[in-house]
Design a binder for this molecule. Structure first.
Ligand code: AMP
Length: 278
């Protein structure tokens, strides 16, 4: 497994693989890898000849300075996990390598970035589009793998690929959870014990909510909020039920409306997101 820090070295290395007609799968990450990330690596190694993983904590997508400063970083451990998982190339650039000058591009995604994470984390998806477009340019993958844990991000990336006319396939992959239902996340390791103990309540509540169909979406959202917030330790930031494709609010909880519940919850100082397809 090669560990590469510059775009030019990466380009040279990947061109050699392309010359051998090898297909390239790409998994962008911010590191502190867990089984969620490794499931994307497994999908890539299954369907592509070469798997490239990037580890880069992208400053432009953090709307909260503390979150950026506290984001867990453990590149050596990550590389050991990636080597075991069959990754071929790890790209670990410094900030100056990805942003030799400030990126002033402003993306526009219509409704997709106005709701939920877009509404509550101003600038977040613009930063995501900036870095992912730069990484796609650097890697030029045939396929890129993204987790549905960040459901809205997948919709944004698909829209960006269309807008920029990029020739690659975006492959959405299922959410990997802890045994108690908590969606795996690099931020979970920052949870203090009492918050870690209560955090599975988020998934449990969404799973319970999925059984309730004889109410309106608003009523269901209210029930979810009050059930989660009744724990005292968890505080719901938003919960919305939207159409899986358009991210517009659904009017009814019928299958035809393709509803998905999306939620963000504060567990002390740590913000967790999750979702559940109805
Ligand atoms: P991150 O390092 O948080 O930027 O995540 C990198 C990629 O891993 C993104 O496509 C995430 O959606 C994906 N990912 C993170 N957690 C999970 C999970 N629990 N299950 C599946 N994919 C995940």
């Amino acid at each position: 497994m090669k560990v590469i820090k510059t775009k030019s070295e990466l380009a040279d290395c990947l061109q050699q693989f392309r010359n051998q007609q090898k297909t390239i799968g790409f998994v962008p990450t911010m590191g502190a890898l867990h089984e969620g990330h490794l499931s994307l690596v497994a999908k890539s190694t299954e369907s592509c000849d070469i798997t490239v993983v990037s580890i880069f904590v992208n400053p432009t997508q953090f709307n909260d300075k503390n979150d950026l400063a506290n984001y867990p970083r453990c590149v050596e451990k990550d590389c050991a996990l990636l080597e075991k998982a069959g990754c071929n190339v790890v790209f670990t650039p410094e900030v100056e390598e990805m942003y030799p000058e400030p990126d002033t591009r402003q993306f526009s995604f219509g409704n997709l970035d106005k709701v939920m994470e877009g509404e509550h984390r101003p600038g977040h998806f613009n930063g995501v589009a900036q870095i992912v477009s730069k990484l796609f340019d650097a890697v030029k993958p045939d396929k890129a793998f993204f987790g549905l844990k960040d459901f809205q991000q997948v919709a944004i990336i698909k829209a960006m690929v269309k807008q920029l006319n990029m020739k690659l396939e975006i492959v959405p992959c299922p959410i990997i959870r802890e045994a108690d239902g908590l969606a795996k996340s690099s931020r979970n390791m920052l949870l203090e014990p009492q918050y870690r103990a209560i955090a599975p309540k988020i998934h449990q509540t969404l799973a319970e909510a999925a059984k309730k169909r004889d109410c309106t979406p608003e009523q269901l959202c209210q029930w979810i909020t009050s059930t989660i917030d009744a724990t005292q330790l968890l505080k719901t930031e938003y919960v919305q039920i939207v159409n899986f494709d358009t991210l517009m609010p659904v009017e009814k909880l019928t299958e035809a409306e393709k509803p998905i519940i999306c939620i963000a919850v504060w567990a002390g100082k740590i913000r967790l997101i999750d979702n559940f397809v109805l």
